[in-house]
Ligand binder design. Structure first.
Ligand SMILES: [Fe+2]
Length: 291
């Protein structure tokens, strides 16, 4: 029993207004303000929220929250982490309420160095997702989860071993191109909830490369691209289609510096999945714009 899906991500942001503008005008997320607090939760599906923005002096990734199926799965994973010598701490009642989950364990992921939470029992909303622009919505259902994260890591093999053998991920495929070396990992039918790339000059280990959200409609992404261009938000990779998961997407630079990928149409990993290897990340398009 390992991780079921990518559940939530929290971000410490120095420009909350710019983040709210990006996540509403481009991604159409629903804003949930907290009573008496400056932090803001963002909703994209039936879950109470998937992203949280915390105003801060400096931009950083806050917490990555991985969902497990049950209390038993949470306890089993907690024991597996402790067996690796990793300190875990249970989330307080206040923290569980803030995350809107039944219970969680918190630990520092030992290879990428990210603050990580594993949890079960996310709060579902009893009202429909109400997007802030006219979008079809997000492809998160059937256990697919929030989307995916991509990190630069120091030791590709050790990081891979941890996610495979402790957290229960499986390899989807590999892509190596130019001076990039990437491994894609799944924990449910989403092609990858996590990808790890070997660090290289200018891309130090522990840095979040991007968060991907997958639209239910190609038009959501197309209109989003036009909005990004009209607003002057930096496009980092032009629209294109990935070689491995066939995601059609583009990438923009967020106000925190890391990128977001807005995608549509990725294929799913089935029980007969066979691992492949690629020497370029795109079938077509995806021309790099930024550095
Ligand atoms: Fe991606």
């Amino acid at each position: 029993m390992g991780i079921s899906s990518l559940g939530y991500v929290t971000l410490n942001v120095s420009d909350l207004a710019a983040w709210l503008d990006l996540t509403t005008s481009v991604f159409g997320l629903e804003v949930r303000h907290r009573a008496g607090e400056s932090a803001v939760d963002l909703r994209m599906d039936a879950y109470h929220h998937r992203l949280s923005l915390y105003p801060a002096a400096h931009d950083s990734l806050g917490v990555v929250g991985w969902e497990v199926a049950s209390m038993n799965a949470l306890e089993a994973l907690g024991e597996a982490l402790q067996a690796q010598g990793i300190d875990i701490s249970p989330g307080s009642a206040d923290l569980c309420h803030e995350r809107r989950v039944k219970a969680l364990y918190r630990f520092t992921e030992p290879h990428i160095g990210i603050a990580t939470e594993i949890y079960y029992g996310p709060l579902m909303s009893n009202t429909p997702f109400t997007p802030s622009r006219g979008i079809a919505g997000y492809n998160t259902g059937d256990g697919l989860g929030l989307g995916h994260l991509v990190f630069w890591v120091r030791d590709l093999q050790a990081t891979l071993d941890f996610y495979l053998n402790v957290l229960g991920f499986k390899i989807s495929d590999y892509i190596a191109w130019d001076d990039n070396d990437a491994i894609f990992l799944h924990c449910n039918p989403r092609h990858h909830s996590l990808a790890i790339m070997a660090e290289r000059p200018g891309r130090p280990a522990g840095v979040l490369h991007h968060i991907m959200l997958e639209a239910q409609s190609r038009d959501d992404v197309g209109y989003g691209y036009d909005i990004v261009r009209d607003k002057g938000i930096p496009v980092m990779i032009e629209p294109g289609k990935h070689s491995n998961d066939h995601m059609q997407s583009f990438y923009l630079r967020t106000p925190s510096g890391f990128w977001m990928e807005y995608g549509y149409g990725a294929l799913l990993v089935g029980p007969d999945w066979e691992i492949k290897n690629y020497d370029q990340p795109m079938l077509w398009g995806h021309r790099m714009v930024g550095p």
